[in-house]
Design a protein around this ligand. Structure first.
Ligand SMILES: Cc1ncc(COP(=O)(O)O)c(C=O)c1O
Length: 443
C-alpha cells in the first residue's frame, strides 16, 4: 500500500504550516491524509478504507460523526446560540448537572477547551491552594503540552541516564525546547507504581501537587498495581499536596465515572477531555469544592484566574450534553457493549499470538488496550524500554495498516474500540492480525 496523494498534501501544507499539520504529534510514518470518518471507519485521500482503532488519540468513544451529536450541534447553530462572551448560559449549567451525575465524587466542575488547559488549571490551583511550587509527574505520563508537564514521556535509555531509577526521580527530559530552567527544576518525574519515589520527593521538596494518569495510556495501557493509587492518595494527605488524577484519556472511557470509579480512589482535582464530548473540543477540571472555589476566593492572593474566550462554547457544550446522555443511557448500555467487544478482540488476539508462538501481554481496560511484545506485564516506562520488542511492534502496526486496520504507527500507542465497532469489524481485525503475523514469522 502506498500513499502518494497523502505525501503530496503534506508537502503542499508544509510550504506554509511548519511540519505540514496542526499537531506534530500526528506526524508518524506513514503519514496518511484522511478525508472522512464515520462510525468505526476511516477513508484516506489515496482511496483506502480502514477500521479505526486510533480514534483520533482516543476521544471517539461513540464512533466518528455520531448522528445524534451532529444533530445536536446543527440544532444549536440553527437556533442562533452564540458564544456571547458575557453572562451564564443555560446549556453550561445543564452540562455541569449531567457531569456531576456521571462523576458523582466531584463537587464542582469548570469547562475548558482542551485537556492541556484543564491540567494547567489543575496545577495552578494546586499551587494556589498550597502556596508551594513543585510538581510530581510520572515518567511515561502525558498531561498536556505546557511547560510544567512537557517532560519525561517516551524518553530513551540514554536520556534517562541508562539505568532504571527506583525510589527517586528520573533525570529531567523536556519534550520541548523553550522551558526556562528554573521552571523545569520544579517538575519531578518519578517511576509509575513507585510510592517510595513519591515519598522521597515529598520529603525533599515543597510539593504542591502530583499529577498522574491513573492508567498510563499514552504508553499503551500500563495499569496501577493494587494499592498504588490509594498509596498516592495517602501520601498526598500526609504531606499536604493535592492529588490530581488526569482522566483526560480514562475519563468516560474506563467507565462512566472514569478510572476513579473503577479504583475507588478519588482525587482532590481531576481533569477530563477526549471522550467527554466524543471528539468535540471541550475539557473539564473538576473536584473538591474547597479547591475549585478558589476561582472566586474573597482572598485575592489565593484567587485563581479561570478565563477563556471559548470556554463553554455552545457547539462543544451541545456535543458533550448529548454524548453524556448517550453514555448514561441504560438502554444503550455503551460500557457493556464496549466490554463485550474488548473481550472479543482480546480473546481472538491471544489465540492468534499463541498460534504463532509470539509472547505478548495484552493489557486492557474496557475499550482501551495495547499489545506489548514481551511476556512481562510492564508496570512502568522502564519496563517497556527494557522488555518490549519495539522493532516488532513497528512492523506489526505497519502490517495492520496495509491490511486496512488503522492503529497509530508509533510503538505502544493505545488502541481504542468505539460503540460503533461491529462484531464484523473485530472479526476482520483478527483475520488481518493473523495475516500480518503469518508474514512476519515467515522464515
Ligand atoms: C492524559 C492526558 N492528559 C492531557 C492531555 C492533553 O489534552 P489535549 O491534547 O486536549 O490538550 C492528553 C492528550 O493526549 C492526555 O492523554
Amino acid at each position: 500500500m502506498n500513499w502518494p496523494k497523502s505525501q503530496e498534501l503534506l508537502a503542499e501544507n508544509s510550504k506554509l504550516i511548519p511540519g505540514g499539520l496542526g499537531s506534530l504529534n500526528r506526524k508518524a510514518d506513514p503519514v496518511i491524509a484522511f478525508t472522512r470518518a464515520k462510525g468505526s471507519h476511516l477513508w484516506d485521500v489515496d482511496g483506502h478504507e480502514y477500521i479505526d482503532y486510533h480514534a483520533g488519540f482516543a476521544p471517539y468513544i461513540l464512533g466518528h460523526s455520531d448522528d445524534d451529536l451532529t444533530a445536536a450541534v446543527i440544532k444549536v447553530m440553527q437556533a442562533d446560540l452564540s458564544n456571547y462572551g458575557t453572562g451564564p448560559t443555560r446549556e453550561e449549567g445543564e452540562l455541569a448537572r449531567l457531569f456531576v451525575q456521571a462523576v458523582p465524587h466531584v463537587e464542582r466542575v469548570q469547562f475548558f477547551n482542551t485537556g492541556s488547559e484543564a491540567t494547567a488549571q489543575a496545577i495552578r490551583t494546586a499551587r494556589a491552594a498550597t502556596g508551594r511550587s513543585h510538581i510530581i509527574k510520572m515518567q511515561g505520563g502525558y498531561n498536556g503540552h505546557h511547560n510544567t508537564v512537557a517532560t519525561n514521556l517516551m524518553s530513551s535509555r540514554e536520556q534517562l541516564g541508562g539505568k532504571r531509577i527506583q525510589g527517586d526521580e528520573y533525570p529531567k527530559v523536556p519534550i520541548t525546547a523553550g522551558i526556562p530552567p528554573e521552571e523545569l527544576a520544579l517538575t519531578h518525574a518519578v517511576p509509575f507504581n513507585d510510592l517510595a519515589a513519591v515519598e522521597h520527593m515529598a520529603k525533599k521538596y515543597p510539593i504542591a501537587g502530583l499529577i498522574a494518569e491513573p492508567v498510563l495510556q499514552n504508553i499503551g495501557v500500563v495499569k496501577p498495581q493494587p494499592g498504588y493509587l490509594q498509596g498516592l492518595r495517602d501520601l498526598a494527605t500526609r504531606y499536604g499536596f493535592l492529588l490530581i488524577i488526569d482522566e483526560v484519556k480514562t475519563g468516560f472511557r474506563s467507565a462512566l465515572g472514569g478510572y476513579q470509579a473503577v479504583s475507588g480512589v478519588t482525587a482532590d482535582l481531576c481533569t477530563y477531555g477526549k471522550a467527554f464530548a466524543n471528539g468535540f473540543p471541550i475539557a473539564a477540571l473538576a473536584g473538591k469544592a474547597a479547591y475549585m472555589e478558589l476561582a472566586v476566593s474573597s482572598d485575592a492572593s489565593k484567587r485563581t484566574l479561570v478565563a477563556g474566550t471559548y470556554n463553554s462554547h455552545p457547539v462543544p457544550v451541545a456535543a458533550a450534553v448529548t454524548c453524556l446522555k448517550k453514555l448514561m443511557d441504560p438502554k444503550l448500555n455503551v460500557y457493556g457493549r464496549l466490554e463485550q467487544l474488548g473481550q472479543k478482540l482480546e480473546a481472538g488476539q491471544k489465540e492468534i499470538f499463541v498460534k504463532y508462538k509470539i509472547p505478548v501481554v495484552i493489557s486492557r481496560v474496557g475499550s482501551a488496550s495495547c499489545v506489548y511484545f514481551t511476556d512481562k506485564e510492564p508496570k512502568d516506562w522502564w519496563d517497556i524500554l527494557e522488555y518490549h520488542d519495539a522493532a516488532f511492534d513497528t512492523k506489526y502496526r505497519r502490517g495492520l495498516i496495509e491490511r486496512g486496520i488503522y492503529h497509530f504507527p508509533v510503538i505502544v500507542k493505545q488502541g481504542s474500540i468505539s460503540f460503533a465497532h461491529s462484531d464484523a469489524d473485530i472479526q476482520k481485525t483478527l483475520e488481518a492480525t493473523d495475516d500480518v503475523l503469518r508474514e512476519l514469522t515467515k522464515k
